[in-house]
Design a protein around this ligand. Structure first.
Ligand SMILES: [Zn+2]
Length: 332
């Protein structure tokens, strides 16, 4: 048994190192050619790149489902007000956004309530009929101040109409993407993780700032139409174990008090009335008929679903809270 170091395996062949002269191991005297040792890496192995730098972002258009409500029976349609409210866009302004895209914020007045509903418009070729209408006696400066101009404003501009760049018709025959969003102070402004309204608003804006543009009709109907105070009461009932719908019913509110006539009227004002129709971004098929209006003034051609980011990414991104899972199960 040769003398082995105490840590050697019994299978370890004893080295005869001590019998060789040290110069045999001198690397500079390459008298014998050894093949290089095989690489431990597979030739198929590609070293990973830094995430976000080398991985190209694929901007896929959102998937949509064809929709046709033309042969729905009368009793399958929700009860809508016979007449659409009158709406008027009183001012519009360009807003560059923190994501780098820009949109035109349109503020509306109407004859049904005293709230300032909004249209968030991505793309400069979507125009409001009521905003562009001539107002007797107004100057070109008046028109530019209320946003009734073509193209972009710049210092010294004197006409609302002429701007060098001609008005171009949209080349695309894809119906515009539309989202009807109801105001949610808690989810959009106060970082609430009880609902995903903030995330959905961001996602709608992201989809519309790509390629074809679109419109988010932003209705000031907080808490599914019941108002902020009542919504906060409903939250307390939820903490007592009720879900969103049960809580609203206990407070004697309908499960969903929202109405969409204003949205229909705003979409008509933005020129979406024809047979070309719209693509509606929603998870709620009931919204389709509601948005189309009492006489199908708007035609929804396709529905684009919104998948919560937390579901799409297996919980790695998006809203995380105990409350959100129950909320999404009730809602989606
Ligand atoms: Zn919300």
């Amino acid at each position: 048994m040769p003398d082995l170091p105490y840590h050697a395996s019994p299978n370890f062949k004893a080295s005869t190192l001590s019998s060789e002269h040290i110069s045999h191991y001198d690397l500079t005297q390459s008298t014998t050619q050894h093949a290089p040792p095989p690489t431990l890496l597979s030739p198929a192995f590609t070293p990973p790149g830094t995430p976000g730098i080398h991985t190209p972002t694929v901007n896929r258009p959102p998937r949509s489902i064809p929709v046709d409500t033309s042969n729905l029976l009368a009793n399958q349609r929700p009860k809508l007000l016979e007449e659409l409210p009158e709406v008027k866009c009183v001012v519009r302004a360009r807003i560059p956004t923190t994501s780098g895209s820009e949109m035109f914020l349109h503020m509306y007045q109407n004859n049904a309530d005293n709230k300032e509903h909004l249209a968030i418009v991505f793309g400069s070729d979507i125009r409001s009929r009521s905003l562009d209408a001539t107002v007797p006696g107004e100057t070109e400066l008046d028109r530019m101040i209320r946003g009734a101009y073509v193209g972009r404003l710049y210092p010294g501009r004197t006409s609302s109409k002429v701007d060098g760049e001609p008005m171009h018709d949209s080349q695309s025959h894809t119906p515009p993407l539309v989202r009807i969003h109801s105001e949610c102070y808690t989810g959009e402004t106060a970082w609430s993780a009880r609902c995903d309204c903030g995330e959905q608003l961001d996602e709608a804006a992201r989809l519309m700032s790509q390629a074809h543009g679109g419109v988010i009709v932003y209705l000031r109907q907080e808490g599914r139409g019941i108002g902020l105070g009542e919504k906060l009461k409903a939250y307390n009932l939820q903490d007592l174990g009720k879900d969103t719908v049960e809580a609203n019913l206990m407070l004697r509110h309908p499960a969903d008090a929202r109405s969409y006539g204003l949205a229909t009227a705003i979409l008509l004002d933005l020129g979406f009335g024809g047979q070309e129709g719209i693509r509606l971004l929603t998870n709620n098929p009931d919204k389709i008929v509601a948005v189309e209006g009492p006489n199908r003034e708007i035609v929804v051609r396709e529905r684009v679903a919104m998948i919560p980011i937390s579901w799409r990414t297996g919980g790695k991104q998006g809203i995380q809270s105990d409350e959100i899972e129950g909320y999404l199960r009730t809602k989606v």
